[in-house]
Design a protein. Structure first.
Length: 78
């Protein structure tokens, strides 16, 4: 399944697939397959991506168009 918000975020912020692959600890080819719906996103990878972009997983999945809805609060630093 493809989730357009994921690709749109990457393109809008001028990231290359290779850069996001590094964030997710996968190859560029694997990232491309995630983005194109060839392989399914795992919860772990979606959480990493949501944290990286500082948006909610619901936004990544297209369940809302508000990137902050249901977003986990940022961790407080000591």
């Amino acid at each position: 399944m493809r989730f357009p918000n994921i690709r749109n975020l990457r393109e809008d912020r001028d990231y290359r697939q290779r850069e996001l692959a590094e964030v997710l600890h996968v190859s560029q080819n694997t990232y491309s397959q995630y983005e194109n719906g060839v392989i399914e996103w795992t919860a772990e990878k979606l959480i990493l991506l949501a944290d990286f972009y500082q948006v909610s997983v619901d936004y990544l999945l297209g369940r809302t168009q508000n990137p902050q809805v249901n977003r986990a609060p940022a961790e407080k630093k000591p």
